[in-house]
Design a protein around this ligand. Structure first.
Ligand code: SAH
Length: 223
């Protein structure tokens, strides 16, 4: 089966699973996922599965990327913040849908690899940095949308809500002791109020506070 055929099969699978937003499906179709997965997993790039990207992290499952992106209801002129750059794949999908993407990753090696991919694919509307995403990106706030791609503790990140425009949304994986992980959407209704809606149950990699020092990151990379 050719890459094109595998890609079409994946898109059909996403549609069947309930991803109906055509802009989202088109963005997924246009971003070459094979460029974001390690060489040894090339043949699995268009299978609906999370894959290892090194440093104990994973590139999210295509269905999770599709559902979270759809839940964000992104407009062309929006400024979007992503927490957890990882391979850079989700950021690349977002970049096709909005004006500018800001993305934060705590592991420097992953950040650097993602930057290389953004340059090679000429994704010039992505600004990436290393840091602790739990603090958001105050210097660039406010954002129209915030997407958290690593699992957060069982609380709504208040610091991030303050970095949203009024009417803005955060989509995040949320851990509920009884019911496991699910996608949650927080909508900032006005200066003081926000609404929380629950979407689908899914599986994520943990969100860890604090950026990793360079020397530890380097040691991990060499293991
Ligand atoms: N969006 C990625 C997949 C994310 S996996 C992709 O498309 O490939 C989650 C990522 O969040 C991991 O790379 C992990 O290192 C990162 N992460 C975890 N805690 C973080 C934090 N506090 N700040 C920034 N990044 C964090």
């Amino acid at each position: 089966m050719s890459v094109e055929q595998r890609k079409i099969r994946l898109i059909m699978e996403l549609r069947q699973a309930g991803v109906v937003d055509l802009r989202v499906l088109e963005a997924i179709e246009r971003v070459p996922r094979e460029r974001f997965v390690p060489g040894s997993f090339q043949d699995q790039a268009y299978i609906n599965r999370a894959l290892p990207i090194g440093h104990g992290q994973t590139i999210s499952q295509p269905l999770v990327v599709a559902e979270m992106t759809q839940a964000l209801k992104i407009g062309e002129r929006m400024k979007v913040l992503e927490i957890g750059t990882g391979s850079g794949y989700q950021a690349a999908v977002l970049a096709r849908l909005c004006r500018r993407v800001y993305t934060i990753e705590r592991y420097r090696p992953l950040h650097l690899e993602a930057m290389t991919r953004f340059n090679e694919l000429r994704l010039h509307n992505i600004t990436a940095r290393v840091g602790d995403g739990t603090k958001g990106w105050p210097e660039q706030a406010p954002f129209d949308r915030i997407l958290i791609t690593a699992v957060a503790a069982a609380e709504i990140p208040e610091q991030m809500i303050s970095q949203l425009t009024v009417g803005g949304m955060i989509v995040l994986p949320f851990r509920d002791e009884e019911r496991g992980e699910r996608i949650v959407r927080v909508v900032r209704v006005d200066a003081e109020d926000y609404d929380v809606e629950e979407l689908n149950p899914v599986k994520f990699v943990p969100l860890v506070a604090g950026a990793l020092p360079d020397d530890i990151a380097h040691a991990l990379r060499r293991r």
